[in-house]
Design a protein around this ligand. Structure first.
Ligand code: GTP
Length: 426
């Protein structure tokens, strides 16, 4: 049987800007959600697909120690080959795939998945593959689709489908007017022949001496090809794009706020996939409310109250009387006596002083919605004021005792002198 492969598009330094200041310390795809790096969840999902032998991470980050370590750990844990292929510059969501086509086609794979690194969810990869095998004639690509509201749909790739055959007949990326409530989730399974279609788009760019514009308005070169803007409309016109729908949990992770949303839903998913990762209440231990992940090396005082929807990373110290809910606490942070952390991300090695309160505002309107397409709110509103947001403490931030930090973003290495509200502290 021919093997399957997967590609995870991880972008690069120029991407993930909405994820600052957290992406200043670590490539965004490695940011931990529910205790594990964002793309660890992708690799785990891929490892469950029978016959999937190799995962290629394509991006343009410099190969750092954190990337190397991540690859070593996941290879060891999932017994699957994981390799990082570095683009010389951002080549777009299809450009990198084309550039590394030889590595993708090595070993003659039957098909390959392509997953955006910044999505999260209960990805039904095996089901997608079965659907693809059943429906595709070997020259096609199947995308994972979902249903959005009319309003939400404008932020995504929208598609119109032939409901009888599941062919996508029309595709528009982030349309300016309403097209359809059916959206692209950023997960695909491709027959190798798709590389020929990408090559055709590339030739077309060259013939036209193409100089297009990216979604963010910046110019892009001939080498840069977008799956969503250049390839899908073409595939739709050739009947080479199919859609498979999911109703499971799915979202994008664009902003730190959407990380808390993803955290909550991955923790919920652990009931089904990894109940052992969720902490249970027990004698002489902290009071746990709802879903909580605590790394085994974290020290949590029995008088603390934690949850729901909290992830605590390695080396964290949680002192007596601390209260944490709806938050992510990163490696080696120290939460001193009786501090309170709500809707916040506390950065690596940061310290929150005794009796202080670090609090954000949840930015997802319906926390119980099992399936939501959460858009990141712009940082500032039309009046130039900071929109309500979760609070983020970058790495090595010192919050003194008895202060309040509310709806604020604190850049790394700050030693706060007092309370702050609705501010970006540079
Ligand atoms: P934004 O709203 O601008 O973020 O657009 P989007 O949601 O359509 O996402 P985009 O197409 O920019 O990125 C989708 C995924 O592809 C993300 O995981 C990115 O990190 C990744 N990606 C985007 N551009 C590149 C690129 O040039 N090279 C690689 N390897 N990955 C990329």
């Amino acid at each position: 049987m021919r093997p399957l492969k997967a590609i995870i598009l991880i972008g690069g330094r120029q991407k993930g800007t909405r994820f600052r200041p957290l992406s200043l310390e670590l490539p965004k795809p490695l940011f931990p959600v529910a205790g594990f790096p964002m793309i660890y969840h992708h690799i785990e999902a891929c490892s469950k697909v029978p016959g999937l032998r190799e995962i290629l991470l394509i991006g343009n980050y410099q190969p750092s120690e954190s990337i190397r370590q991540f690859i070593n750990n996941t290879q060891r844990e999932f017994k699957i080959q994981v390799r990082y292929l570095q683009e010389y510059t951002g080549l777009g969501t299809a450009g990198g795939i084309y550039h590394f086509r030889d590595q993708i086609l090595a070993g003659n794979p039957e098909a390959f998945f392509v997953l955006n690194g910044d999505i999260c969810g209960d990805l039904p990869l095996a089901e997608m593959y079965s659907f693809h095998v059943e429906r595709s004639d070997g020259s096609q690509m199947t995308l994972l689709g979902a249903e959005a509201t009319m309003q939400e749909s404008l932020n995504y790739g929208c598609l119109v489908e032939n409901a009888a055959t599941h062919h996508v007949v029309h595709y528009v990326e982030k349309p300016s007017t309403f097209v359809s409530t059916k959206i692209n989730c950023g997960a695909y399974i491709c027959s190798p022949a798709i590389l020929r279609d990408i090559a055709a788009v590339r030739r077309h760019h060259q013939d036209e001496n193409f100089s297009g514009v990216n979604g963010d308005g910046s110019l892009r070169s001939i080498e840069s090809i977008s799956l969503e803007r250049d390839v899908f409309p073409e595939l739709a016109s050739l009947d080479k794009l199919l859609v498979f729908y999911t109703e499971g949990f799915w979202s994008q992770i664009k902003s730190p706020g959407s990380t808390l949303y993803a955290n909550r839903h991955y923790l919920k998913l652990y009931h089904k996939t990894h109940p052992n990762r969720l902490v249970k209440n027990g004698d002489g231990q902290a009071t746990i409310i709802g879903d909580v992940y605590i790394h085994p090396t974290a020290e949590v005082h029995p008088s603390a109250t934690i949850g729901p929807n909290v992830s605590i990373a390695q080396g964290v110290t949680v002192s007596p009387g601390v209260r944490i809910r709806e938050s992510i606490i990163l490696d080696n942070a120290t939460l001193q006596d009786h501090c309170c952390i709500l809707y916040s991300i506390v950065g690596w090695n940061s310290v929150v002083g005794p009796w202080s309160r670090v609090e954000g505002t949840p930015c997802d309107p319906n926390p119980n919605k099992p399936f939501a397409k959460l858009q990141s709110m712009p940082l500032f509103n039309n009046a130039g004021k900071l929109n309500p947001s979760i609070t983020i403490l970058g790495s090595d931030v010192q919050v003194p005792g008895e202060v309040i930090v509310l709806n604020s973003i604190v850049l790394p290495h700050k030693d706060l002198a007092g309370s702050f509200r609705n501010q970006i502290i540079l």
